[in-house]
Design a protein around this ligand. Structure first.
Ligand code: 0FX
Length: 265
């Protein structure tokens, strides 16, 4: 059960003041959802959070059809207000929070990228391609995508042998680390958010989709093609493809690391 008062309340479990006692987390990512619940349970804060997933998430609809406390939400249609919630957290929500909502309630985003680099869709894919830094960011949501003042962030390495999946897994672990280190401050409002120094760059779903179609006549450097395939290799996802006659052929890379002694000159 959540606190029903808007006033700052004492957390009986931890003894710190909460200004956000009614927090709604919207997530479409299982790893983040499970870790979020574990972290808040460990911190004795489980009662302050409720969870919803996007109405469009058919996999979650199936998986959580029996759940009484994890239900879908249509963030554009459902009227949420500050009478009901003090804080909304987007933790890999597939729905963008409408500007009207962001103006009404404090909204925070947990994002798998190092803002303002490669804001938007699948940051690690674009970091592998354009060499911009990758990481995880917790920030206040404003009216633009992955753009608002930054509460916490941490860079992760991107290696020349990474695929999208290996880089992404490193980012997810870092998001959880940031969440653990900052969630108490966030719900008590005891943090300083700093606007990013630059606007950075933004990638959309259509930019990712455009990368996936390979043109077999394209001429270029081998390393660039390799990077493109690394960026599009992510477990079972069928991303990169080319068309040959009436066939669509999906491509992914299989990379294996082995220690080598540097060649003697
Ligand atoms: O949960 P999430 O990792 O997050 C994504 C965006 O990266 C993030 O910027 C946005 N705020 C959030 C709403 O959506 O998404 P996912 O589980 O759909 O994808 C995870 C990774 O899987 C992705 O980074 C790359 C890979 N992937 C995913 C899809 C759907 C592919 O390689 N191909 C795909 O078709």
């Amino acid at each position: 059960m959540l606190w029903r008062s808007k006033k700052t309340r004492e957390n009986p479990h931890r003894g710190f003041n909460l200004s956000h006692s009614r927090v709604l987390v919207i997530t479409d990512n299982l790893f983040i959802y499970e870790n979020f619940k574990t972290i808040t349970a460990e911190l004795g804060m489980i009662d302050f959070f409720s969870y919803r997933y996007s109405i469009t998430n058919s996999a979650f609809k199936k998986k959580f059809s029996e759940s009484t406390d994890f239900k879908p939400i249509d963030i554009k249609k459902e009227i949420l207000d500050s009478e009901e919630y003090d804080l909304l957290i987007s933790a890999h929500s597939k729905q963008l929070f409408p500007a009207e909502l962001v103006r009404k309630i404090k909204c925070i985003n947990i994002h798998p990228g190092l803002n303002p680099n490669n804001r938007g869709w699948f940051p690690q894919v674009f970091s592998i391609l354009n060499g911009l830094p990758l990481g995880a960011t917790i920030h206040e949501i404003d009216e633009l995508i992955d753009h608002g003042p930054i509460i916490a962030q941490k860079e992760v390495e991107v290696y020349p042998w990474d695929t999208s999946l290996t880089a992404y897994n490193r980012v997810l672990e870092t998001e959880i680390e940031l969440l653990k280190g900052n969630i108490e401050k966030i719900i008590s409002g005891d943090y300083k958010a700093v606007p990013p120094e630059r606007e950075g760059n933004l990638n959309l779903k259509k930019d990712f989709d455009n990368l996936c179609r390979l043109n077999l006549d394209e001429v270029g450097r081998f390393e660039d093609f390799l990077n493109r395939l690394r960026a599009l290799t992510h477990g079972e996802y069928k991303n990169a493809f080319f068309i040959k006659g009436d066939k669509k052929v999906f491509v992914k890379l299989d990379l294996e690391l082995k220690e080598e002694k540097p060649e003697e000159v």
